[in-house]
Design a binder for this molecule. Structure first.
Ligand code: FAD
Length: 457
């Protein structure tokens, strides 16, 4: 038996992009149905819990920053609460054979490294501001910037090994890639889209400033609640067909196992790589298809390591550490608002995620705990539990935080990222011009796709 659903618009994917899109369409009086493969909404935002069943640990996206206006507005509108990321005390930095505690934004590095880093950041931010966010391929120097990797730029422009390592950690922490994986143009676009290196890396006044009370998945759940039974979970879309009829009329047909949804338009709000794995009838134009052959996701394993209490706070530490030793290079205090239990968040990114993703979980977790013990002392060696997620292994995501573009892709295929193909429209964090790759970008991308459809019919 095949169930059939008729709507004006069919949305594929109930992540923040798909949900925001559906809500905007429903508010405009359109019949909409959202088809979601997983048995939950939210996609890359997902509340896990510790074994107490109560303490939420966000397995995917979690922070929002003050310049991310759309997500902040939605938080207020949906009546959600946020709280500041814990930041009282001193941060840790390990670079080469140096290790130090410090307050504020400037780590106590040798003056020549700090000067080198400052110059590199200034230069990089200045280049980033020259990238038109709606059309990175149209930057005056797009051709040159899209012919080299971010790593090449680092080697040519950053003199000291300490500053080079910190720029590489920037790529890992923000893009979840090695700087050799993406083009300079992509790194510049992403940086500009997020408001610059400081805005992307800072906790106070930056992209890591605030967390959700109850976890970021609440944002998706609240949006879905408003859509009610128009959101269908457990529906894995496999094929999208579109037909035009004389007189400008036409239809899309979205097929899943045992389910068909028909409408006038479809919005594909799944990560670009997965959009490329759907079957299209008629086949997509070459440029669009070749784009999705070239738009891989990054690699992240997000590890929550839980303790009975946040003991590092008593040692005067924020829980935030940056280290070039790996495999863990970035940590945060991710304890709940009450501060009990204590949770340290450790990221495995880029090459380290690729390598450790293939290890048995106990071995991988042992390495993570060992890294935390080196940074935060012996008590960190005895966690209550570890909760982790390798996003590359997630069938309906296949990598994170988002997609990255290698040399040649923005300039040759960029225009196909958002351009509708007939009645097929594209949404998702990767298609956003502002805060691309972030929850904020996902929401605006969905609303942009909805506006596209409302303007067309
Ligand atoms: C570890 C991690 C940390 C992050 N940290 C942050 C952060 O702190 N702050 C921030 O702003 N952002 C962060 N992000 C990024 C943010 O979570 C994403 O940009 C955003 O959630 C993407 O939303 P989306 O709707 O575009 O895509 P998704 O959330 O990926 O939604 C796509 C949906 O489509 C579904 N789907 C896939 N294939 C099919 C199919 N065939 N049929 C039907 N449905 C399908 C998926 O199940 C999914 O629900 C992080 C992401 C990760 C993974």
């Amino acid at each position: 038996m095949v169930e059939t659903y008729d709507a004006d618009v069919v949305v594929v994917g109930a992540g923040l992009a798909g949900l925001a899109c559906a809500r905007a369409l429903a508010d405009a009086g359109r019949e909409v149905v959202v088809l979601e493969a997983r048995d939950r909404v939210g996609g890359r935002v997902w509340n896990g819990t510790l074994s107490d069943g109560r303490t939420v640990v966000e397995l995917g996206g979690q922070w929002i920053g003050p310049t991310q206006r759309r997500v902040n507005a939605l938080v207020a509108e949906l009546g959600l609460e946020t709280f500041p990321t814990f930041g009282e005390g001193e941060h840790l930095i390990e670079l080469g054979d140096r290790r130090a505690r410090y307050r504020g934004a400037r780590p106590p590095l040798p003056p020549w490294v700090l000067a080198d880093l400052g110059r590199a950041q200034l230069r990089f931010d200045r280049l980033a501001r020259q990238v038109p966010l709606e059309a990175p391929w149209a930057a005056d120097r797009a051709e040159a910037w899209d012919s080299v990797t971010f790593e090449t730029w680092i080697r040519r422009n950053v003199a000291t090994s300490g500053a080079r390592e910190l720029m590489r950690i920037y790529a890992e922490a923000v893009l979840a890639v090695e700087p050799r994986d993406c083009s300079l143009l992509h790194a510049l676009f992403y940086t500009a889209s997020g408001g610059g290196i400081d805005a992307l890396t800072a906790t106070r006044r930056g992209a890591q400033q605030d967390r959700f009370v109850g976890g970021s998945e609440l944002l998706a759940r609240r949006l879905a609640e408003r859509l009610g039974d128009r959101v269908r979970t457990g529906v894995v879309v496999r094929r999208i067909g579109q037909r035009e009829r004389p007189g400008g009329d036409g239809e899309v047909r979205v097929e899943a196992d045992g389910f068909v949804a028909r409408g006038r338009d479809v919005v594909v709000a799944v990560p670009p790589t997965l959009a490329g794995r759907l079957e299209y009838d008629p086949p997509l134009p070459p440029r669009r298809d070749q784009l999705t052959q070239r738009i891989p996701a990054g690699s992240v394993i997000k590890c929550h390591v839980a303790y009975d209490e946040p003991f590092w706070r008593d040692d005067g530490l924020t829980g935030q550490a940056v280290t070039d030793r790996g495999p863990v290079k970035i940590t945060f205090d991710n304890s709940p608002p009450s501060g009990r239990p204590g949770v340290l968040l450790a990221f495995l990114e880029g090459d380290h995620a690729r390598e450790l993703g293939a290890w048995p979980a106990p071995d991988r977790q042992a390495v993570v705990v060992e890294a935390l013990a080196r940074l935060f002392g012996r008590r960190a060696a005895r966690p209550e539990e570890v909760v982790e997620l390798d996003w590359s292994a997630e069938r309906f995501t296949r990598g994170c935080y988002g997609a990255h573009l290698a040399p040649g892709v923005w300039t040759r295929y960029g225009p196909a990222l958002r351009a509708p193909v007939g009645r097929i429209h594209w949404a998702g964090a990767e298609t956003a011009a502002v805060h691309s790759g972030y929850m904020d970008g996902a929401i605006t991308s969905g609303e942009r796709a909805a506006a596209e459809i409302l303007a067309a019919r």
